[in-house]
Design a protein around this ligand. Structure first.
Ligand SMILES: [Zn+2]
Length: 158
Protein backbone atom coordinates (compact mmCIF):
# COMPACT_ATOMS: atom_id res chain seq x y z
CA UNK A 1 0.00 0.00 0.00
CA UNK A 2 1.34 3.45 -0.83
CA UNK A 3 1.78 6.06 1.88
CA UNK A 4 -1.08 8.07 0.35
CA UNK A 5 -3.46 5.13 0.75
CA UNK A 6 -2.19 4.43 4.27
CA UNK A 7 -2.90 8.00 5.39
CA UNK A 8 -6.30 8.01 3.64
CA UNK A 9 -7.18 4.77 5.44
CA UNK A 10 -6.51 6.57 8.74
CA UNK A 11 -8.75 9.46 7.59
CA UNK A 12 -11.60 7.05 6.88
CA UNK A 13 -11.09 5.44 10.31
CA UNK A 14 -11.30 8.91 11.92
CA UNK A 15 -14.44 9.67 9.87
CA UNK A 16 -16.01 6.44 11.15
CA UNK A 17 -15.03 7.35 14.72
CA UNK A 18 -16.69 10.77 14.24
CA UNK A 19 -19.92 9.24 12.96
CA UNK A 20 -19.99 6.75 15.84
CA UNK A 21 -19.58 9.67 18.28
CA UNK A 22 -22.56 11.58 16.84
CA UNK A 23 -20.55 13.89 14.57
CA UNK A 24 -20.32 13.97 10.79
CA UNK A 25 -18.10 11.41 8.98
CA UNK A 26 -14.97 13.39 8.12
CA UNK A 27 -11.37 12.79 9.27
CA UNK A 28 -8.01 14.36 8.36
CA UNK A 29 -4.29 13.81 8.96
CA UNK A 30 -1.41 16.33 8.68
CA UNK A 31 1.84 14.77 7.42
CA UNK A 32 5.30 16.38 7.32
CA UNK A 33 7.59 16.37 4.29
CA UNK A 34 9.53 13.44 5.82
CA UNK A 35 6.36 11.36 6.16
CA UNK A 36 5.89 11.84 9.92
CA UNK A 37 2.28 12.21 11.09
CA UNK A 38 2.14 15.58 12.89
CA UNK A 39 -1.51 15.81 13.91
CA UNK A 40 -4.92 14.35 13.14
CA UNK A 41 -8.50 15.30 13.87
CA UNK A 42 -12.09 14.49 13.01
CA UNK A 43 -15.33 16.37 12.60
CA UNK A 44 -16.76 17.67 15.90
CA UNK A 45 -19.95 19.58 14.95
CA UNK A 46 -22.40 17.77 17.23
CA UNK A 47 -21.84 20.37 19.97
CA UNK A 48 -23.56 22.94 17.77
CA UNK A 49 -20.54 24.66 16.14
CA UNK A 50 -20.71 23.80 12.44
CA UNK A 51 -17.21 25.20 11.83
CA UNK A 52 -15.59 22.33 13.78
CA UNK A 53 -14.16 20.64 10.68
CA UNK A 54 -10.90 18.66 10.98
CA UNK A 55 -9.21 20.46 8.07
CA UNK A 56 -9.85 23.83 9.76
CA UNK A 57 -8.48 22.47 13.07
CA UNK A 58 -5.32 21.18 11.32
CA UNK A 59 -4.77 24.55 9.58
CA UNK A 60 -4.91 26.33 12.94
CA UNK A 61 -2.66 23.69 14.52
CA UNK A 62 -0.13 24.20 11.70
CA UNK A 63 -0.20 27.98 12.13
CA UNK A 64 0.54 27.61 15.84
CA UNK A 65 3.11 24.82 15.67
CA UNK A 66 4.97 24.84 12.34
CA UNK A 67 7.30 27.28 10.61
CA UNK A 68 6.13 28.68 7.27
CA UNK A 69 8.65 26.40 5.51
CA UNK A 70 7.38 23.30 7.32
CA UNK A 71 3.78 24.24 6.52
CA UNK A 72 4.47 24.66 2.82
CA UNK A 73 5.93 21.16 2.51
CA UNK A 74 3.31 19.42 4.69
CA UNK A 75 0.41 17.46 3.20
CA UNK A 76 -3.16 17.30 4.50
CA UNK A 77 -4.90 13.97 3.88
CA UNK A 78 -8.66 13.97 4.30
CA UNK A 79 -11.60 11.63 3.83
CA UNK A 80 -13.67 14.28 2.02
CA UNK A 81 -12.43 17.18 -0.09
CA UNK A 82 -12.05 20.45 1.87
CA UNK A 83 -15.11 22.74 1.96
CA UNK A 84 -14.61 26.42 0.98
CA UNK A 85 -13.98 27.46 4.63
CA UNK A 86 -11.28 24.83 5.09
CA UNK A 87 -9.76 25.43 1.63
CA UNK A 88 -9.37 29.09 2.54
CA UNK A 89 -7.87 28.31 5.97
CA UNK A 90 -5.44 25.83 4.37
CA UNK A 91 -4.28 28.44 1.85
CA UNK A 92 -4.12 31.32 4.36
CA UNK A 93 -1.77 29.42 6.68
CA UNK A 94 0.41 28.35 3.73
CA UNK A 95 0.01 24.57 3.86
CA UNK A 96 1.07 22.40 0.90
CA UNK A 97 -0.57 19.55 -0.94
CA UNK A 98 -4.06 18.13 -0.25
CA UNK A 99 -4.96 14.48 -0.87
CA UNK A 100 -8.65 13.58 -0.51
CA UNK A 101 -10.44 10.23 -0.73
CA UNK A 102 -13.86 11.50 -1.89
CA UNK A 103 -14.59 14.72 -3.79
CA UNK A 104 -17.10 17.46 -3.05
CA UNK A 105 -18.73 16.60 -6.37
CA UNK A 106 -19.24 13.01 -5.20
CA UNK A 107 -20.61 14.16 -1.83
CA UNK A 108 -23.01 16.59 -3.52
CA UNK A 109 -24.29 13.75 -5.72
CA UNK A 110 -24.84 11.46 -2.72
CA UNK A 111 -26.70 14.15 -0.74
CA UNK A 112 -28.98 14.80 -3.72
CA UNK A 113 -29.58 11.06 -3.99
CA UNK A 114 -30.40 10.86 -0.23
CA UNK A 115 -32.81 13.83 -0.54
CA UNK A 116 -30.73 16.12 1.72
CA UNK A 117 -31.30 19.85 1.06
CA UNK A 118 -28.20 21.88 0.12
CA UNK A 119 -26.18 23.42 2.97
CA UNK A 120 -25.58 27.15 3.50
CA UNK A 121 -22.15 27.17 1.76
CA UNK A 122 -21.63 26.62 -1.99
CA UNK A 123 -20.18 23.17 -2.76
CA UNK A 124 -17.12 24.52 -4.59
CA UNK A 125 -13.98 22.43 -5.20
CA UNK A 126 -10.69 23.33 -3.50
CA UNK A 127 -9.28 24.59 -6.81
CA UNK A 128 -12.02 27.24 -7.04
CA UNK A 129 -11.01 28.67 -3.63
CA UNK A 130 -7.26 28.01 -3.43
CA UNK A 131 -6.01 27.68 -7.03
CA UNK A 132 -2.32 27.25 -6.13
CA UNK A 133 -2.72 24.22 -3.85
CA UNK A 134 -1.77 20.89 -5.52
CA UNK A 135 -4.67 18.47 -5.04
CA UNK A 136 -4.97 14.71 -5.60
CA UNK A 137 -8.25 12.78 -5.50
CA UNK A 138 -10.74 11.23 -5.49
CA UNK A 139 -9.55 7.64 -4.89
CA UNK A 140 -12.17 5.16 -6.17
CA UNK A 141 -11.08 2.47 -3.70
CA UNK A 142 -12.74 4.51 -0.90
CA UNK A 143 -15.94 5.57 -2.70
CA UNK A 144 -18.30 2.85 -1.47
CA UNK A 145 -17.16 3.09 2.16
CA UNK A 146 -17.44 6.87 2.35
CA UNK A 147 -20.81 6.89 0.60
CA UNK A 148 -22.02 4.33 3.19
CA UNK A 149 -20.87 6.57 6.07
CA UNK A 150 -22.85 9.51 4.68
CA UNK A 151 -25.90 7.32 4.10
CA UNK A 152 -25.73 6.25 7.77
CA UNK A 153 -25.51 9.91 8.86
CA UNK A 154 -28.60 10.94 6.91
CA UNK A 155 -30.61 7.83 7.83
CA UNK A 156 -29.91 8.69 11.48
CA UNK A 157 -31.22 12.23 10.95
CA UNK A 158 -34.51 11.19 9.38
ZN1 LIG B 1 -14.60 22.32 6.05
Amino acid sequence: MTDDLKHLERCVALATEALDAGDEPFGSVLVAADGAVLAEDRNRVSGGDDTQHPEFALARWAAENLTPAARSTATVYTSGEHCPMCSAAHAWVGLGRIVYAASTEQLTGWLTEFGVPPGPVAALPITAIAPNIPVTGPFPEFTDRIRALHRRLHERRR
